[in-house]
Design a protein around this ligand. Structure first.
Ligand code: NDP
Length: 493
């Protein structure tokens, strides 16, 4: 099997390439040019059933394969991806609209993620438990079974692999369902599975609408676990629908993550880091720091520096190395951003930068672009401060003292991530402990480490990805108790 170039891609089921059983296909549009860049199969329930059957057939041998061998195959996939990094980055830019530099970064970090996961395959340790004299008690970590991996459109390759890597390392077989806007790189990766040496059916990729292909994965009785990254309401639907078959569920959902800039912070660092945290990937980032609270004493200075630098970010052709920000991934998303900018203005927030769609920035035609937008004097009760916009829109507000800052950071339905900018060690540690989020970062724009867990609390979902916690999420713990010479409960007859 060889990698198909991004024009007409097929699904990967049981080690072979297939169109949908219906024969239907759908177009994938490049958001920077609005030209069709590929067509992919319109997979539905019957295609998912076929993929689940292939994954179910492959499961016994794969879960019994030596863990070291599973790791070697994951590493082989990493090498194949690495060798095609330019091709994957180009495809990621074509369907998502992110800059080529960002896409290349994503591909490189995905290779690193696969390498990390390869190393974890033989480290799914159990424990020996000193439970009782005369007993040997220990735990085994076993794969969950067939896993459905439902992937969003903002980091199509990286997030697919955040799920795929640990699932494979733990001995599960998978069906990846990429987002309909961005199916190319998951299909391309799936097509490499055979070459890497994976047995047929271990890695399957099915494209098609969430309401049909995704829904079938969530309700299929032979799928043991579903992992979703996506909207909070999708997570709620999936939890409800997964209940009937008692599936394990990991949900990485929306966010409205705060940054707190204390008056003692290094302002240059805080301004530049905060710019990156909200405008990277055109703000289409689940843990974007979209609410930036600045302590009164430095608020005016921060706002003016932040707005000035936001205005200097270059939006445009994602393949142009000079662009900092590429296209918005879909017309639907651009419209959502436009509406929130309107809402912010009606709510009385002060627009200090951007605020407009920038269609004229497309190279040689129309495209989906939005200028970096900064609202100041945002009250935390405004809709733009409470609802996930998922675009290049920063909301700046004030706080008076430590308690006010922590209170505002935590006053949100979400809890994915947070940043604290301060030079005071005790403020940093106190805030890291008191902010309700899956992760807190201090004095840095975010680096996500394959070695450290990522995930949310509250409406941002539950379960962790990356790190050994990510591996745990794809295993079941089995307890074994062996009586060596100890007592055995029994009836007295
Ligand atoms: P969704 O949550 O709808 O999509 C995420 C994935 O779930 C896609 O693969 C989608 O498939 C699939 N899906 C959708 N509905 C179902 C279902 N009923 N059963 C199973 N799978 C399903 O997000 P959207 O693409 O609609 O984006 C809407 C908003 O969600 C964004 O504006 C943003 O605010 C937020 N979002 C947050 C993300 C995050 O990382 N936290 C990521 C993406 C979006 P398909 O693409 O075919 O619909």
């Amino acid at each position: 099997m060889t990698v198909t170039q991004p024009r007409q891609l097929d699904m990967v089921i049981g080690g072979e390439l297939f169109g949908a059983l219906s024969g239907d296909r759908f177009d994938v549009v490049n958001p920077a040019t609005l030209r069709v860049c590929a067509s992919v199969p319109f997979g539905t329930e019957q295609d998912v059933d076929r993929a689940v059957a292939a994954a179910t057939r492959a499961l016994p041998a794969w879960r019994a394969a030596p863990a070291t061998q599973r790791g070697e195959l994951i590493a082989a996939l990493a090498r194949l991806l690495e060798a095609r990094a330019d091709e994957f980055a180009a495809a990621e830019t074509a369907h998502n609209g992110k800059t080529l530099a960002d896409a290349r970064f994503d591909v490189d970090s995905t290779v690193a993620c696969l390498d990390y996961c390869a190393g974890t395959a033989n480290k799914a340790y159990g424990q020996t438990i000193p439970a009782h004299d005369g007993y040997l008690v220990y735990t085994l970590r076993e794969p969950v079974g067939v896993c459905g991996l439902i992937v969003p459109w903002n980091f199509p390759l990286a997030i697919a692999v955040w799920k795929l890597g640990p699932a494979l390392a733990a001995g599960n077989t998978v069906i990846i369902k990429p987002a309909s806007e961005t199916p190319l790189t998951a299909l391309m990766l799936g097509a490499l599975a055979d070459q890497a040496g994976f047995p047929p059916g271990v890695i399957n990729v099915v494209t098609g609408p969430g309401s049909r292909a995704g829904h079938r994965l969530v309700t299929h009785p032979d799928v043991a676990k579903v992992s979703l990254t996506g909207e909070t309401s999708t997570g709620q639907t999936i939890m409800r629908e997964a209940a009937a078959t008692l599936k394990r569920v990991t949900l990485e959902l929306g966010g409205k993550s705060p940054a707190l800039v204390f008056a003692d912070a290094d302002l240059d660092l805080a301004v530049d880091g905060s710019l990156f945290q909200i405008f990277a990937n055109a703000g289409q980032v689940c843990d974007a720091r979209s609410r930036i609270f600045v302590q009164d004493a430095v608020y005016d200075e921060f706002v003016s520096r932040f707005a000035e630098r936001a205005g200097r970010l270059r939006v445009g052709d994602p393949t142009d190395p000079a662009s900092h920000i590429g296209a918005i991934t879909s017309a639907r998303q651009l419209e959502k951003i436009r509406q929130y900018v309107e809402i912010g203005q009606h709510e009385g927030a002060k627009l200090v930068c951007g605020g407009t769609i920038a269609g004229e920035l497309a190279a040689g035609g129309p495209g989906l672009f939005h200028r970096p937008t900064v609202f100041a004097d945002v009250d935390n009760s405004m809709r733009i401060a409470r609802e996930e916009i998922f675009g290049p829109v920063a909301c700046l507000g004030r706080f008076s003292d430590y308690d006010d800052g922590i209170g505002k950071a935590n006053d949100t339905p979400y809890g994915l991530a947070a940043t604290v900018w301060t030079t005071d060690l005790s403020t940093a540690h106190r805030a890291a402990a008191e902010i309700r989020a899956g992760g807190v970062w201090v004095n840095t724009s975010e680096f996500l480490f394959n070695e450290a867990p990522f995930g949310g609390v509250k409406a941002s979902g539950y379960g962790r990805e990356l790190s050994m916690h990510g591996l745990d999420a794809y295993t079941e713990v089995k307890n074994v108790g062996i009586r060596l010479a100890g007592p055995m409960p029994s009836f007295e007859l």
